[in-house]
Design a protein around this ligand. Structure first.
Ligand code: SF4
Length: 504
């Protein structure tokens, strides 16, 4: 009996996606948080594409991914592969496989490694084969090129107007997300923040959908850099947030989320809904901005050039060029933060993070977040940005496993750094969350201790602080900025701020 079929290997080559298909073929995409995905949909539609966001991956998708591709692959691969496969299967039931292959294409980011990210396409291909949908078209986009021209076929043009739109969409939703997470834990009317965030995301979707066309190259770049359209849009968002009343005297630990890119970004089953879970446990979450990863990617180029110092005469110029680009990027991010009253937090400095991480993790080790996981934990610790760091580490992830090892050295040097590394398998929720809860209990104690210390120092009481706030209702608005003043927690910083204001 023949048990296996020997076939020569043939690389998956999808049929081209052509310009003529644009008005009846829908581009599927996903893998970020819902705010960024919705606004990116506006970017696609602005360029004349039909686009649809895949639903957030579920546990069922995880199991499908394991079944259809490789059981030992890292869990983000299983989640995303299963997510696509289940969507296609359900559509195939509705309209048939052939119709699915005609009606949809899938675009996702690709890379050449060093980790499993360089092999994502093979998992997708295997899943397509195993579901009998080889004729479905999926395309990988290089993550490091602004202008990739037309992808296979001339259907999707990854040109400057598209990419700049995508970058600005990410920046706008990053600052919005940061504001949201600083408001929701303290809202007086439950559910109000979620409602306003939904309204704001729809508003931003319209803004991006109706962006003007300013040419294919420099015109588009210049327009994005100089226009005040996005700043004005975020000011409108700020007005919406102004309606929310907050009680910032609630003492809550701040938990910084770090980890593998997909797991720290997505909100749902792939990370056990950790953001919502932490909030329900009484924490304020410091979410992971996608912009930090884009900044890291630019730093990566600088590092590559630095290797040629003393060898290539033009390399200093190249380094200066990329560093200027980073400055421009930070300037743009800060402009958007300013539109929201500087409440969204600043981006950490990449070179400081590299310096902090360097005794423990080599900056040239690539894959995943590289040295950033160590760098971010130390940056948050030294700058008092969070009471604890929660690192979401995927099962079977090579770069994260290396970071965990390096963090043992960090904790040896800084034993009071509260660090909760969670191995995320997708199906071991109780284990991961109970581990997180143990560190969170300590973080709560720290937040409470810090608050009491500040009360003692200023001679204020919670009651006095509350009466002051009642007499100054503008300070109870979500858009009122409480400066960061050498302590971590929101309530502790507020007490210090009140003390300064009342001349104590
Ligand atoms: S960083 Fe880890 S989880 Fe992400 S693709 Fe690479 S191996 Fe997988």
């Amino acid at each position: 009996m023949e048990t296996a079929t020997l076939q020569p290997y043939r690389a998956y080559t999808p049929r081209p996606f052509t310009k003529e298909e644009r008005d009846h073929v829908t581009i599927l995409f996903g893998g970020l948080h819902w705010r960024a995905e919705r606004v990116l949909q506006g970017v696609f539609e602005n360029r004349g594409y039909k686009a649809q966001v895949l639903p957030t991956a579920t546990k069922e998708d995880l199991l499908t991914g394991r079944e259809l591709a490789d059981i030992g692959q890292c869990c983000p691969t299983s989640f995303t592969t299963g997510n696509l496969a289940n969507f296609l299967r359900s559509e195939a039931k509705r309209i048939g496989k052939d119709e699915v292959a005609k009606k949809y294409v899938y675009f996702t980011a690709g890379s050449c490694g060093a980790c499993r990210f360089g092999q994502y396409h093979q998992s997708y291909e295997l899943a397509l084969r195993n579901t009998g949908m080889e004729s479905f078209r999926l395309f990988l986009l290089a993550q490091d090129r602004m202008d990739q021209g037309a992808t296979t076929g001339d259907g999707l043009e990854m040109n400057i107007p598209f990419t700049t739109g995508a970058v600005w969409a990410v920046l706008c939703t990053d600052v919005l997300q940061d504001l949201e997470y600083q408001v929701r834990p303290y809202e007086v009317i439950p559910g109000q923040t979620d409602q306003i965030v939904k309204e704001s995301v729809e508003y931003l979707y319209d803004i991006f959908r109706n962006r003007p066309d300013r040419g294919k190259k420099w015109g588009a770049i210049l327009w994005h850099l100089t226009t005040d359209s996005f700043v004005k849009a975020l000011r409108e968002v700020s007005k919406k947030f102004e309606r929310i009343e907050v009680d910032r005297l609630q003492v809550k630990p701040i938990v910084k989320i770090t980890g593998e890119f997909y797991l720290q970004t997505v909100e749902g089953d792939p990370n056990y809904n950790i953001h919502r879970w932490l909030e329900s446990e009484g924490a304020e979450v410091y979410p992971a901005a996608v912009a930090v990863w884009l900044d890291y990617w630019m730093r990566w180029y600088v590092q590559g050039f630095e290797d040629y110092l003393g060898i290539d005469k033009s390399v200093r110029l190249k380094i200066a060029a990329v560093k200027s680009l980073q400055k421009l990027f930070r300037w743009t991010y800060n402009r958007l933060r300013a539109a929201l009253g500087y409440i969204p937090r600043e981006m950490p400095d990449q070179y400081e993070m590299r310096r902090l991480a360097s005794p423990y993790f080599h900056s040239r080790l690539s894959g995943g977040e590289g040295d950033m996981l160590v760098g971010k934990a130390l940056w948050a610790y030294h700058h008092k940005k969070a009471h604890m760091t929660c690192e979401l580490s995927p099962y079977s992830c090579m770069p994260n496993t290396m970071s965990l090892g390096a963090m043992a050295g960090v904790l040896g040097k800084y034993p009071d750094l509260l660090y909760a590394p969670l191995e995320i398998k997708g199906d071991a929720e109780v284990h991961a969350l109970s581990r997180c809860q143990m560190i969170l209990t300590e973080a709560k104690k720290r937040a409470q201790h810090e608050y009491e210390m500040v009360l003692h120092r200023t001679g204020l009481t919670t009651e006095k602080a509350r009466s002051y706030l009642d007499a100054h209702p503008e300070m109870k608005k979500a858009t009122y900025r409480v400066p960061h003043d050498g302590v971590v927690g929101c309530a502790a910083n507020l007490i210090l701020h009140l003390a300064h204001r009342s001349g104590r």
